[in-house]
Design a protein around this ligand. Structure first.
Ligand SMILES: [Ca+2]
Ligand SMILES: [Ca+2]
Length: 571
């Protein structure tokens, strides 16, 4: 790990020595250079031609009603263009498409290309202090951008956020979010909701104090900061010891939140506690390993739900919160769906935060079930022994039953499509408590991966019922795990990628793989679909890495190297 990070820093140094903007000519189409508007962002899930938000809609369903590419026509799906991103750190990002232009980002740069042809319009390097690589726990990455009112918003590894001019890629403003030397970084896409630009941060392995920031998208001025560990006088402060544990208590916010414009609530997950061992921070530790629902204008928390109280497993609660209105016991409910690292799949009432269901979607041994009355997991002997200092085998592994790679929800089938991980760890909380030093790892646990039977799968692709967590189908992943996001379409297809590079179209009803194409590197990113002049396109970034865990088992088998791949039906 250490040597990898140093190597990464050295390469990054070479790559980021200059910060330049290259501008191509773009005479083929008129570009507005303004928008998307607040209204367009709210309606993103209805406008199938474009992709304006992280998650393909504020609800993050990653569902498109487009049907041109469907179960019958998918055999004619072919690559129509591919563009190199000249990046060996890995591609985890989700591109956006607006006004005929596709915008994509990785840790090094943002590019704007013609969505139909791949022709470059501009490319802007993201400047960052390469020394900041040492405070990134798990790989140099950037998961995407936000668009609003003529600007492209992107955050950097060294904890800055900036706005670029949508037409030229030139920097409009840049704001320092926080000090990376204290263990902070940013890998997630920002979001603009109700006129406020928001970003999370990462650093849960470095004893940070988590927060979400709201900025003025026009100027980059900080409007509010909402800390995610409760300090003295704040609601939830009684869940912390009466010392400064909350100041280094974790709860980082490294996955982009979702938004319900009618309720005007943003839903954002929080990471593990700091340090990993809960011994020095007795109590539930709000809002660690939780989801908070808050007002985008002020950051005011309206409700919270904690997935893992007194979190001590590195079960970050950041995974995406997918919003939908679904039938529950004959009644239509506004729900939030969340597959947590802790192995349970939850549905909550998103108006109140009350739990509706919580069921294991992979093998779980640290808790027997979620008590629907209290909303709390009921820990087993495994959880109790771990807290008592014994060495135990924990399922899921600390990377979770599912990690950051987003699932998709199809409102027609009512199923969630996701890549699951099925591994175990050998885990022990250290007797010697860790000493906090700003910018250094703050863990206090010893952990390794439990031996795996090579015949057993690393995990699955699956179609999962949100209320029961039961699979309609599962595809076992025996060769390598998958860390790729999902895309569900009206054509009855589920698109996702493999670590070995194949881009897949799966039949949503049967789990049969109907089509595949091997891209240039492994896929651990987020596919999208859109139309240009009536033709449906599917795009995905290929480029193994961005996370150390997503590369496990690929050494010497799959080469890194980022590129954008775009597919359409052969004409
Ligand atoms: Ca749209
Ligand atoms: Ca973590």
């Amino acid at each position: 790990m250490k040597s990898w990070l140093m190597a990464a820093a050295a390469v990054a140094l070479a790559a980021c020595a200059t910060s330049t903007t290259q501008q191509g000519d773009y005479t083929t189409k008129s570009r507005t250079g303004s928008g998307p508007t607040a209204e367009e962002l709210i309606n993103d899930h209805r406008s199938a031609g474009d992709v304006l938000t992280y998650g393909m809609g504020y609800h993050q369903q990653r569902y498109s009603p487009l049907t041109q590419i469907n179960k019958s026509t998918v055999k004619r799906l072919v690559p129509v263009w591919s563009v190199s991103l000249a990046n060996e750190f890995g591609e985890q990002g989700q591109p956006l498409v607006y006004d005929g232009v596709l915008y994509a980002a990785n840790v090094k740069r943002v590019v704007a290309v013609e969505a139909a042809t791949g022709k470059q319009l501009w490319m802007t390097e993201i400047p960052w202090d390469t020394a900041a690589a040492r405070v990134v726990c798990c790989g140099l990455s950037n998961r995407g951008i936000a668009l609003y009112n003529g600007k492209v918003f992107v955050a950097s590894i060294d904890a800055h956020i900036m706005a670029l001019d949508q037409k030229t890629g030139k920097q409009v403003w840049k704001t320092k979010v926080t000090e990376w030397k204290d263990g902070y970084s940013i890998t997630s896409a920002p979001i603009v909701a109700n006129g406020v630009l928001m970003t999370g941060m990462t650093g849960g392995e470095f004893g940070v104090r988590g927060f979400i920031d709201g900025y003025d998208p026009e100027t980059g001025k900080l409007l509010w900061r909402r800390h995610t560990t409760a300090g003295p006088g704040e609601r939830g402060s009684d869940t912390w010891p009466k010392n400064d544990a909350y100041m280094k208590g974790g709860a980082s916010t490294w996955i982009t939140g979702s938004y319900d414009p009618e309720l005007d609530l943003v839903y954002w997950g929080t990471s593990n506690g700091g340090p990993w061992t809960a011994t020095p921070r007795p109590g539930d530790n709000l809002y660690v390993a939780a989801v908070i629902a808050f007002r985008p204008r002020t950051g005011e928390i309206v409700w919270h739900y904690q997935w893992t109280p007194a979190e001590t497993y590195d079960f970050d609660g950041n995974n995406e919160n997918v919003l939908a209105d679904i039938m529950v016991n004959g009644e239509k409910r506004k729900v939030l769906m969340h597959a947590d690292r802790n192995g349970f799949l939850y549905t909550l009432d998103r108006t109140s935060g009350k739990i509706i269901s919580g069921n294991p979607y992979v093998k779980v041994n640290w808790a027997s079930h979620i008590d629907l009355t209290t909303g709390r997991p009921v820990e087993t002997e495994v959880g109790r022994k771990l807290r008592a200092g014994e060495k135990v085998t924990v399922q899921p592994r600390w990377t979770g039953g599912k990690n950051w790679m987003p699932m998709a929800f199809n409102p027609n089938t009512g199923k969630l499509y996701m890549a699951m991980l099925e591994e175990a760890s050998i885990f022990q909380l250290n007797k010697d408590l860790p000493v906090y030093k700003p910018g250094e790892r703050y863990i206090g646990a010893t952990y390794t991966t439990a031996d795996r039977n090579p015949k057993e799968p690393w995990g699955y692709y699956g179609a999962i019922d949100p209320l029961t967590a039961k699979p309609q189908w599962r595809i076992p992943l025996v060769e390598l795990a998958s860390w790729s996001g999902m895309l569900s379409t009206g054509g009855g297809l589920v698109f996702t990628g493999k670590a070995s590079g194949e881009f897949l179209a799966i039949d949503e009803a049967t789990g049969n793989i109907l089509w595949q194409f091997r891209t240039s590197s492994g896929i651990n990113a987020q596919p999208i679909t859109y139309t240009i002049d009536g033709r449906q396109y599917v795009s995905v970034l290929s480029g193994l890495g961005g996370g150390t865990s997503s590369k496990r088992g690929t050494q010497g088998k799959v080469q890194p190297g980022g590129s954008i791949w775009t597919f359409a039906l052969m004409e």
